[in-house]
Design a protein around this ligand. Structure first.
Ligand code: ADP
Ligand code: MG
Length: 240
């Protein structure tokens, strides 16, 4: 589904990604862990072209994505992203937020978009909040609307960048539950998270990013039960 070959990214003189190679197959859930500043967000942002890579190749569904407008637009449709801050449109209801992409980008007709949006809100457990504005919703509810909004574009892959980090602890579970359901349905996902319990349970593969390099990767069992890299052990020491 996604293949990344020798990806390099610089911000000025700072090399943030130092030759990343990774592969995500269809239906796989890959969790990415690592300290702050290790390049996790930058890697996700390069995958859907919110950032330009400096070197390397990105392939989506067997097709190399080249640095041109047409490919980038196509990639953004195939590769959805959910952010730490949900960035819903404040002047639109939950329903309108979910309908917006299909209406404006996909040019769906209003009835179709509405029907799909209502089904997605139901899927994330928010049928009763369709007509509420974001300010009336809790952080967890807003993030679930944001997930529905991303799914409305019918992506092939969804990237999550610390989707629960901005939430009060008691709201984390409801968002993780939605993500677990998606995983069960076979959605291909790359998830940056500090929720190790979740990663252990849901991930097919865990990647430990360290200073712009994949320092270790493996099954949850390998990573959590027999970590090899000293820095990975130290990382677990910090967060447990
Ligand atoms: P993580 O998500 O793992 O915390 P990031 O990908 O956000 O890490 O950042 C990796 C490094 O790149 C950090 O040193 C950060 O300061 C730097 N960085 C991120 N975005 C920018 C930017 N737009 N301009 C300059 N430096 C950046
Ligand atoms: Mg980040």
């Amino acid at each position: 589904m996604i293949q990344i070959k020798n990806l390099h990214k610089y911000f000025g003189d700072l090399e943030v990604l130092k030759g990343i190679n990774m592969e995500v197959t269809e239906g796989q859930v890959v969790c990415m862990i690592g300290s702050s500043g290790s390049g996790k967000s930058t890697l996700l942002r390069c995958i859907n072209y919110l950032e330009r890579k400096n070197q390397g190749e990105i392939w989506v569904e067997g097709k190399q994505i080249l640095d041109r407008a047409k490919d980038i637009t196509e990639t953004r449709q195939k590769v959805g992203m959910v952010f730490q801050r949900f960035n819903l449109f404040p002047h639109m209801t939950a329903l309108e937020n979910v309908m917006e992409g299909p209406l404006t980008v996909k040019k769906e007709d209003k009835n179709t978009a509405k029907e799909k949006a209502l089904a997605l809100l139901e899927k994330v457990g928010l049928s009763d909040k369709a007509n509420q504005y974001p300010a009336m919703l809790s952080g967890g509810q807003q993030q679930r609307v944001a997930i529905a909004r991303t799914l409305a574009m019918e992506p092939k892959v969804v990237l999550f960048d610390e989707p629960t980090s901005a939430l009060d602890p008691e709201l984390v579970g409801e968002v993780l539950a939605v993500m677990k359901d998606l995983a069960k349905e076979g959605m291909t996902m790359i998830i940056v998270t500090h929720e190790m319990g979740f990663a252990k349970e849901v991930a097919d593969k865990v990647i430990f990013l360290l200073e712009g390099v994949i320092a270790e990767q493996g099954t949850p069992q390998e990573i959590f039960e027999t970590p090899k890299h000293e820095r990975l052990k130290a990382f677990f020491g910090q967060i447990h």
